[in-house]
Design a binder for this molecule. Structure first.
Ligand code: 13P
Length: 246
């Protein structure tokens, strides 16, 4: 079976004090040992989080660049993350796609660079409300995946986060049926265009207004292998989401 995976995306939130307190809270919490837990604080706090977080819990960057080093002001490379024991990175978050204008190909290139350097990647995909209403959801997510599949053959260190843009930060969580339908379509896409192994083994997690109230129902769906949590990952309730299956 696929190991349940819960990520906390802090986005541009937190301070030295609040990151320390979130980390201490996680260190002391009763966390289901069968769940893979990864937190993604802002870049400035990655080392602080890694230093204080107990072994077994992992730290992810929210972003990575696709070159190893050089004149790329403001960027951080996969080799730099790896060297600092930051073992995961997000790529393709909708806030980077929409606000920072990242393209499918750029996201694919970053995903490849991260994987080539031994990082795990939480690859975020998802449709806007407009695209959903135009019945383009499956086309949108498969196109986002196809750009990555052109550059990446080995998906064993990729976790796919399906995050419908209309559900992010809105309190409008996808229904279990809506989420399961897209997760199943993603798995089908992997079987058809990547490999049966990738389809069977790749964790597909859901993100968008996940809370301690809605996580248990979502976690029961057969193709939902965990969550990527935004707002609630900053709160003690994050632990309940980690333990959604137990
Ligand atoms: P919220 O959980 O705040 O809706 O954010 C989801 C998200 O974007 C996680 O990456």
């Amino acid at each position: 079976g696929r190991q349940f995976f819960v990520g906390g995306n802090f986005k541009m939130n937190g301070s030295v004090d609040t990151i320390k307190s979130i980390v201490n809270n996680l260190n002391q919490a009763k966390v289901d040992p069968n769940v893979e837990v990864v937190i993604a604080p802002p870049a400035l706090y990655l080392l602080l989080a890694r230093e204080h977080l107990r072994p077994g819990l992992e730290v992810a960057a929210q972003n990575v660049f696709d070159k190893p080093n050089g004149a790329f002001t403001g960027e951080i490379s996969a080799t730099q993350l790896k060297e600092s024991n930051i073992t995961w990175t997000l790529t393709g978050h909708s806030e980077r796609r929409v606000i920072l204008k990242e393209t499918d190909d750029f996201i694919a290139s970053k995903t490849k660079a991260a994987l080539d350097n031994g990082l795990g990647v939480i690859l975020c995909i998802g449709e806007t409300l407009e695209q959903r209403e135009a019945n383009q959801t499956i086309d949108v997510v498969t196109n986002q995946l196809r750009a990555v599949a052109k550059q990446v053959q080995d998906w064993s260190k990729v976790v796919i986060a399906y995050e419908p843009v209309w559900a992010i930060g809105t309190g409008k969580v996808a229904t279990t049926e809506q989420a399961q339908e897209v997760h199943a379509a993603i798995r089908q896409y992997l079987a058809k265009e990547v490999s049966q192994t990738a389809s069977d083994n790749t964790r597909i997690i859901y993100g968008g207004s996940v809370s301690e109230k809605n996580c248990n129902e979502l976690a029961k769906e057969k193709d939902i292998d965990g969550f990527l949590v935004g707002g609630a990952s900053l709160k003690p309730a994050f632990v309940d989401i980690i333990n959604a299956q137990s």
